[in-house]
Write a protein that binds this ligand. Structure first.
Ligand SMILES: Nc1ncnc2c1ncn2[C@@H]1O[C@H](COP(=O)(O)OP(=O)(O)OP(=O)(O)O)[C@@H](O)[C@H]1O
Length: 274
């Protein structure tokens, strides 16, 4: 799916009077099948951007086009149809606690299922082998019939990611997918998502706090700060100085993220001036 933002601003409906817009003057083009990581300090607007792309937040200024269509000018049925082609994985996946993992993963197919098929699948899951294959990619094959409330936070987050693999969407929007995972699991889970997106030709936009993983796993990086685009660059051009500027006054977030490894030599050091 192709994404175009033209001078987009977004204000949260619940924002207090006079609060700065969550996104301001954002212009971007993302080609079908591209993989893009969004980085930036807390409050930069990463989640707001993903929600705007998911048609959950309407621009207050400017224009968003998804495959050439402005979602906010579509009829309700055409908007529903478009939303069925988008998959948003929030940081905390909304998994009903008493549901079985198999049902939670297969729920990703609901947008394309008839009402009767979706009701029937609650009683007897249709497509359990597909759910199992998706879970295997996140090392969770043995949890297929487990109840969601018996999973750890990290396992739930990986179940949320496995859902993407079952979804019929052409655009995956993944918000902080690794926050509950240890470094090894985080890099495995990210690899599973990027590999699956490549296999399916899906456009992938992911917000990440782990800057090192963003730089090593995504070819294109958007740096957001205060709701504005600080840079839009190939990963190889995101140097330590740029990162230091992006995270100025939020250095602890960058230091916690680790440092990018240089392919030809020792790790690149980021020097933060306090
Ligand atoms: N529901 C909301 N109501 C009002 N303002 C909001 C809401 N959600 C976010 N904001 C504001 O929008 C701005 C951008 O927030 P957003 O959550 O998009 O940032 P973020 O980069 O995802 O942050 P984090 O890394 O901490 O998740 C912030 O100033 C935030 O306070």
């Amino acid at each position: 799916m192709a994404l175009v933002l033209e001078a987009v601003a977004v204000q949260h409906p619940q924002a207090r009077e006079g609060a700065p817009a969550a996104l301001q003057d954002l212009s971007l083009h993302i080609r079908p099948g591209e993989h893009v990581a969004v980085i930036g300090p807390s409050g930069a607007g990463k989640t707001s951007l993903l929600h705007a792309l998911a048609c959950a937040l309407a621009p207050t200024h400017g224009r968003l086009l998804l495959d050439g269509q402005d979602p906010w000018t579509l009829s309700p049925s055409a908007l529903r149809e478009l939303r069925a082609r988008l998959f948003l994985a929030p940081q905390t996946p909304p998994l009903p606690p008493r549901q079985r993992v198999v049902t939670a993963v297969l729920a990703a197919r609901l947008p394309r299922m008839s009402l009767w098929a979706s009701l029937a699948s609650l009683v007897r899951p249709i497509g359990a082998p597909d759910a199992h294959a998706a879970l295997e990619r996140f090392d969770l094959g043995d949890k297929l019939w487990e109840r969601v409330d018996r999973l750890s936070g990290g396992e739930r987050q990986r179940v949320g990611l496995a859902r993407a693999l079952l979804s019929p969407a052409a655009l995956w929007l993944i918000d902080e997918p690794l926050s509950a995972l240890d470094p090894t699991r985080a890099s495995q889970a990210l690899r599973s998502i990027t590999d699956a997106a490549t296999e399916r030709g899906v456009t992938l936009v992911a917000s990440l706090h782990q800057v090192d993983l963003a730089l090593s796993s995504f070819p294109r990086i958007l740096g957001l700060r205060d709701g504005r685009l600080a840079f839009d660059l190939p990963a190889a051009e995101v140097d330590p100085e740029r990162l230091a500027r992006l995270y100025a006054s939020f250095e602890h977030e960058l230091q916690g993220a680790g440092l990018p490894a240089s392919p030809d030599g020792p790790p690149v050091r980021t020097v933060i001036h306090c």
